[in-house]
Design a protein around this ligand. Sequence first.
Ligand code: NAP
Length: 288
Amino acid sequence: MEIRWNTKLYCLIGQPINKSLSPIIHNNIFKTLNQNSIYLAFNIEEDEIKSTIDGFKAMGVGGFNVTIPYKKSIIKYLDDISKEASIIGAVNTVKNHNGKLIGYNTDSGGFLQTFYDNNIDIKNKNILIIGAGGAAYAIASSLAMEGVNSINIANRTLENSILLERNINKINNEIMTKVVNLSLNNLNKKKMDIIINTTSLGMYPLENMAPLELNGFSSNTVVYDIIYKPCETRLIRDAKAREFKTFNGMSMLLNQAILSQNIWGNLDKKINIEIFKKIEGILPNYIE
Ligand code: NAP
């Protein structure tokens, strides 16, 4: 695609953004769609958010993504946010609606899409979430909105588990919640249907670590590690060795990007799966 005077600009803001795969994903989507658009990433400081998005408005960018650590702090600079983003309390996608910047959250939808695509019904399931950081909030909120049976939280810092539990109860007080310790000795492991790792344990430089041991869980347990670098973490290897069903973070990453493109109006939802398969084949070349 040739860059011309009318090439539409889409962006990513965050810090650091030097390992982000979003420019690869979005520019490959534009290439596949033969669309006259480009996606660029900008490493910005917190005190530059306002001037950056004022610039985006002035230049008429089509939309932008927001990554760590600005998913919460961006909200005060936007004209409006979707109901879902407001419940989650974080925005990762912004659309320029005729000069008004509207925030959305596609991390939660990107996460859930993995289950939809694999015909796994998560309603009434018992979930164990390891971690209570930003990703855990988006994931737990989406699970609470979907109406799972229980969400059990294990995290290094107990206070963060308690805050996440309160957040889940605010969204849906019918879901059973429990804060469990990392040794999991106060958890009924056999009852867990899905284990989700949202910590960075397993990611560089902690590749040799797993956030939990899988002994005691049922062989029907699904293990979802949202880390995508490496594609196969120690947790995923351990789960495969026990013949558990596994998912890595690649589908969440790709689906949140595809959902951003749907929001920006560039991509017809009917071809989401086709685009997913195409970009999924390209991405491993960019994972060191
Ligand atoms: P975050 O807000 O910094 O949260 C990190 C979490 O990991 C916290 O619960 C933290 O526990 C825990 N943790 C960190 N180091 C630990 C250690 N050494 N031992 C035990 N627990 C530790 O980060 P985040 O945004 O939630 O991201 C977390 C992970 O998810 C990263 O690996 C990221 O790449 C991945 N992610 C993937 C996607 C995707 O699309 N696939 C999207 C977002 C994030 P404390 O509360 O004790 O600090």
